[in-house]
Design a protein around this ligand. Structure first.
Ligand SMILES: C[S@@+](CC[C@H](N)C(=O)[O-])C[C@H]1O[C@@H](n2cnc3c(N)ncnc32)[C@H](O)[C@@H]1O
Length: 475
């Protein structure tokens, strides 16, 4: 059976007694390995803030799940993580006490069960029985009746009917309505609406894009291999906008196994990330153009692309990263390129000022890459953004001190949140009296970039992560 997420028609539970048990030795109930993996990942995410997309592949390997079992485990895990807030709203109406008081292991089973009932074609009895058995195994026999009763209630309506009952009115509260329909926290839906200037169909498209599996994008390292050659070797398609990009077709297997990647002629890098790094190198400069700086380099995707381009034009890149383990990743990614890695705080890196080009790919909320991190939308909090904007402003101020007069800074974040984009840039630019350059001209051929001067890419418009790029010139 295909594990495709599909709305399932609501079939009220008809009741009925289980067939009388045959006599014989008691065997533990059969546990489906795909659901076991899914519930174990949910637990790791809940208990130790693990990333589902890192834990899941390890568990699949460890338990030797392949083919349909692996596909089902993946669909159930990622789907449940993404839909968590919506599932919780439904579950809350089926409980007679606050959801927060539910034991964690039981809650994992309820969420996974509700996901199967509302968003897959898995038969009701199979979904409920499997989760009752799993809850019994994980939390004790006393919870079996409870889990059974709650999931039976969930199964009384299909997803659409639940949403119609629970979502705020679309006319009076369009953001709240879309937030629940697309299973996003309201504050994230609001931040997308503010960035898009839309609360209707475009907001809906932007939110829905977070549930789509992103295509794998490769970057062909300039000077080593062309995008045409890389596409021919990998069977991929040329990326629409990046001159170095290749999109792999779905089901291409692990890109790390391909020869160009093993030989470091190419790497995995979102096309939006490529475009932002390349944009910095496209800004015209008067005078010298030899010293480039990447102030937030780990794990090294943009540093490697900048390093390759610097190698072709006779420039050198200093790459700064505060976390030593991430600095080591930058070293690995830029081996053989004219890049020097420094473990330092970008706010005070103790480097000689006078850089011609500086990239600030600042730490951010990652709201622009929610499609890559299934649980991230429910983990992030609005208060994270406030902490991050302070750091972003300080890093950009440092970049504007380190760049020479007439030199350029590209400020990049993987987030469309206006606080992290226009807010962080506006404040730092004002203080440093830097000129904000229209960034759109350094993204040639990329459509739907609005009125400038900033560039905001979107998954639903460009097929990239929602990267933001501002270009500033020091007077
Ligand atoms: C968005 S990531 C950069 C991604 C990277 N440019 C790439 O393309 O692979 C931000 C990085 O900034 C680092 N960072 C955070 N605070 C920093 C600071 N004060 N100085 C330098 N790096 C910092 C983080 O550890 C993280 O590796």
């Amino acid at each position: 059976m295909s594990p495709q997420p599909q709305r399932r028609s609501g079939r009220p539970h008809r009741g009925g007694r289980p067939a009388p048990r045959k006599e014989g030795p008691r065997r533990p109930p059969y546990e489906d390995p795909a659901r076991r993996v899914a519930v174990d990942v949910l637990r790791a995410v809940r208990e130790r803030d693990a990333y589902a997309n890192l834990v899941l592949p390890d568990l699949l390997r460890e338990r030797k799940l392949t083919g349909r079992d692996a596909a089902l485990a993946t669909e159930l895990t990622y789907g449940t993580c993404r839909a968590q807030g919506m599932l919780d709203e439904v579950l809350a109406t089926c409980l007679d006490r606050p959801l927060i008081e539910t034991d964690g292991a039981v809650l994992d089973c309820l969420r996974l069960g509700a996901y199967q009932l509302l968003r897959t074609r898995i038969p009701e009895h199979a979904a409920v029985d499997a989760m009752v058995n799993m809850a019994r195994a994980d939390a004790g026999t006393h919870v079996a009746g409870f889990v059974n009763a709650v999931l039976r209630k969930v199964s009384e309506k299909d997803e659409q009917t639940w949403l119609e009952q629970l979502a705020p009115d679309r006319d009076s509260d369009p953001i709240g309505n879309l937030a629940l329909h697309t299973a996003h926290p309201r504050w994230i839906a609001r931040s997308f609406a503010e960035a898009l200037g839309d609360k209707g169909t475009e907001l809906e498209a932007a939110l829905k894009a977070d549930d789509e599996r992103p295509a794998v994008h490769l970057v062909a390292r300039p000077g080593e291999i062309s995008a045409d050659e890389l596409a021919a070797i990998t069977g991929g398609d040329l990326a629409p906008y990046s001159p170095y990009g290749v999109h792999l077709p779905p089901g291409s297997g692990d890109p790390a196994d391909s020869e160009p990647i093993r030989e470091k002629l190419a790497a995995v890098q979102d096309e939006g990330s490529q475009l932002c790094a390349v944009a910095l190198t496209r800004v015209p400069l008067e005078g010298t153009d030899e010293r480039w700086l990447d102030l937030c380099a780990g794990p090294g995707g943009k540093a490697a692309l900048l390093g390759a381009l610097a190698g072709l034009s006779g420039a050198h890149v200093d790459a700064v990263e505060v976390a030593p383990h991430r600095a080591r990743l930058v070293e690995r990614a830029t081996e053989g390129l004219p890049v020097t890695v420094h473990v330092a705080d970008g706010r005070e890196p103790e480097l000689e000022p006078g850089y011609d080009r500086v990239l600030v790919d600042a730490p951010c909320s990652g709201l622009g890459a929610l499609r890559r991190r299934p649980e991230a939308r429910w983990r992030r909090k609005p208060s994270d953004v406030a902490d991050l904007t302070k750091l972003q402003g300080e890093l950009l101020a440092s970049a504007l001190e380190l760049v020479r007069p007439g030199g350029v800074v590209a400020y990049v974040v993987c987030s469309p949140h206006l606080g992290e984009t226009e807010g962080s840039v506006g404040n730092a630019a004002r203080r440093a009296k830097a000129e904000i350059v229209d960034a759109r001209e350094f993204f040639p051929g990329v459509p739907l970039l609005g009125d400038g001067p900033y560039v905001q890419l979107w998954p639903h418009r460009h097929g990239t992560d929602a990267m933001f790029c501002a270009v500033l010139r020091k007077p």
